[in-house]
Design a protein around this ligand. Structure first.
Ligand code: GUN
Length: 303
């Protein structure tokens, strides 16, 4: 019985964060510029609070400036738009992240489209998405970027490989498909209406699961030796009432067949925040026309 390489997202993200910190220091030394990340949190959702604090802490640890805006849940759409426009105009702020989801009375799309595309470190603005499609240089959303880095780390040559992406969300499925296409993979985008999903998945050299359905992908859906990237984070009930986090893939079964697989938690998750720092560094360099600072887009080999 073979056993897959477990892709350690925490270890990989720490390699990436080290590379980012080196580039941030170089940007400061050569150009006296410190990348600035503004995070905006509306309301007091505990999970969102944890994510935002973690983004701020990571930015600071990488040597960046972090500007936090905590707004009450009653904030009007107009007041939030006023803040976004202020951040757009602030030269010390190179990246703007408005934590989602927003309260129901605020139109998420109106807020995302108000962010200056040059500062859209979440890669969610339609201009960023369009640039990715058109092949231009863009700020790519963080989870898809993390997926590609992990795949490249365990599969040095992916050109020509068949990649199957489960899920077609604007946040993950669509951008990760385009990134895999940019890497010259043959990409199939699968979704809830796809026929004979198990057979299609069995033809995948690379399988990215981003559907939000707990353990939907079974062990016998995996091609032996395939690389499996599990983006799902689902809480399933347990007898003690605490629940347990699982991905979209039946991890135990799949890890007996796959060549490499991400666990949940500890796989893709830790890469997302590190990739936000890549985008903040990249945005700062682009806004100042700087080309002599390395933007880490691949993981350095393990020491
Ligand atoms: N909420 C959960 N994930 C994300 C993300 O990647 N970006 C933003 N802005 N909000 C989120």
């Amino acid at each position: 019985m073979s056993s897959a390489i477990i892709i350690d997202g925490k270890e990989a993200s720490s390699r990436l964060k080290t590379a980012i910190a080196i580039s941030v220091a170089a940007l400061k030394a050569k150009h006296n510029i410190v990348p600035g990340l503004a995070t905006v949190l509306v309301g007091e959702d505990p999970a969102s609070q944890v994510y935002v604090r973690s983004k701020q802490k990571t930015a600071t640890a990488a040597g960046m400036n972090s500007f936090q805006h905590d707004l009450p849940v009653t904030t009007s759409q107009n007041d939030l738009l006023v803040l976004v426009r202020k951040l757009n105009a602030n030269p010390a702020v190179h990246g703007i992240l408005v934590q989602l989801p927003l309260p129901k009375h605020i139109d998420q799309f109106a807020i995302i489209t108000a962010i200056a595309p040059a500062k859209d470190v979440d890669g969610l603005h339609p201009e960023s998405a369009g640039r990715l499609l058109a092949g231009g240089d863009s700020l790519v959303s963080c989870t898809p970027m993390g997926c590609i880095m992990l795949i490249n780390d365990v599969m040095p040559a992916i050109a020509g490989k068949h990649a199957v992406v489960l899920g077609r969300s604007i946040l993950v499925g669509k951008p990760v498909s385009l990134l895999l296409l940019n890497e010259n993979c043959t990409v199939t985008m699968a979704h809830s209406k796809t026929q004979d999903l198990p057979a299609l998945c069995r033809s995948a050299d690379i399988l990215v699961a981003a559907v939000g359905k707990a353990e939907m992908v079974k062990g016998d859906w995996i091609k032996p030796g395939a690389t499996v990237i599990d983006v799902g984070i689902n809480r399933i009930p347990t007898p003690d009432g605490k629940g347990r986090l699982v991905g979209d893939v039946d991890y135990l079964a799949a890890s007996k067949v796959a060549g490499a697989i991400t666990p949940v938690p500890g796989g893709v998750g830790p890469m997302t925040i590190a990739c936000l720092m890549v985008n903040t560094l990249k945005a700062a360099c682009q806004q100042h026309g700087i080309k002599d600072v390395t933007i880490p887009l691949r993981l350095l080999p393990k020491a």
